[in-house]
Design a protein around this ligand. Structure first.
Ligand SMILES: [Fe+2]
Length: 320
């Protein structure tokens, strides 16, 4: 019998093993609850920041962090998977009245629903699609940024060489984009645009890095570290051309090690269709994972690989 051949490379994560949170300041926690919890159907983290000056919102195994302050607007959009677009649209419809006089909006497209938060942040919400997003029914498969024309190649190279994570440039109907692997079926996408890009306003994303010190050394050498937060975390924000040093795009990254106290923390998710009139006993909690299909799933498109970690480590050790 012929031996089954497996694509082993398709399971290589690279160095970034998880895109966990996007941090956006907001100026009204009540409106944020109406949008993120009631309308999108997400879950307030019950354990952290229970007060009125910050809220962590769980979406599968990822989160939004929403501290009170001058509102941020992410320059692009956040891709989310939700269990049902039909139920989502009902909730968005109900939110219209409460979020009137804000930037809230929602639009149905062929493949997704676009929702805009009260402060103008855009979200694309998709139904589960194992081939595209993996075996999840709730989660944050990608964050997409709009970047200047001509920046995508340099951005992909930056992540490959500084962060040792697979990255490539692809083109579709919406233009050219750098796709950077940031976890299992999670990506950072940097899509080129000829439109004017607003000034960076200080929002951030957070990733976990398996090899934590190597990228830190590379960033430090170039003067790109912006915060030495603690033993398990640092921040940086400028993505530059590795040849010329020219700034390509700015987005603050909070980089955490896999020894960070919050790594692999269990996120609580609720079943958004529970209510007091049609209550189902035992159905309050929501499991964001799906059983993996037994049919052959095409592996995630294999981007140009980063230098394998073992090789990087060997080079660094030799240089010490
Ligand atoms: Fe953060």
């Amino acid at each position: 019998m012929a031996q089954q051949v497996y694509d082993r490379k398709a399971e290589d994560l690279g160095n970034l093993v998880g895109l966990e949170h996007v941090n956006l300041r907001i100026n009204n926690q009540g409106l944020a609850s109406e949008f993120y919890l009631s309308a999108l159907g997400l879950t307030r983290d019950p354990f952290m920041f229970p007060g009125t000056n910050n809220m962590w919102v769980n979406v599968g195994n990822s989160q939004f962090h929403l501290p009170t302050g001058e509102p941020n607007v992410l320059r692009g959009h956040v891709g989310l998977v939700v269990p049902s677009l039909e139920e989502l649209c009902e909730r968005l419809g109900e939110a219209k009245k409460k979020l009137a006089d804000t930037k809230f909006d929602c639009k149905q497209h062929n493949a997704y629903v676009e929702a805009t938060c009260p402060w103008g942040n855009k979200f694309r919400l998709y139904e589960p699609d194992e081939e595209r997003f993996g075996a999840i029914n709730l989660g944050m498969p990608y964050v997409e940024f709009t970047v200047p024309e001509g920046a995508a190649d340099g951005i992909a190279r930056f992540y490959r060489e500084i962060f040792y994570t697979p990255a490539c440039v692809k083109e579709n109907g919406e233009g050219r984009a750098a796709h950077v692997r940031a976890g299992a079926r999670q990506e950072l996408v940097f899509r080129e645009t000829d439109r004017k890009i607003p000034e960076f306003d200080g929002h951030h994303l957070q990733v976990y890095a398996q090899e934590f010190s190597g990228p830190h050394d590379e960033l430090d050498k170039r003067g790109l570290i912006t915060e030495e937060s603690d033993q398990y975390q640092y921040r940086w924000q400028d993505i530059v051309c590795l040849e010329t040093g020219k700034l390509l795009f700015t987005i603050e990254h909070e980089v955490r090690s896999c020894t960070h106290p919050l790594y692999n923390r269990k996120m609580v998710n609720r079943n958004p269709s529970q209510n007091n009139r049609h209550y189902q006993m035992g159905a309050d909690e929501w499991d964001w994972t799906l059983p993996r299909s037994t049919k052959k799933i095409e592996p995630a498109p294999a981007p140009e690989p980063a230098t394998p970690l073992a090789k990087r480590r060997a080079t660094r050790m030799a240089a010490m």
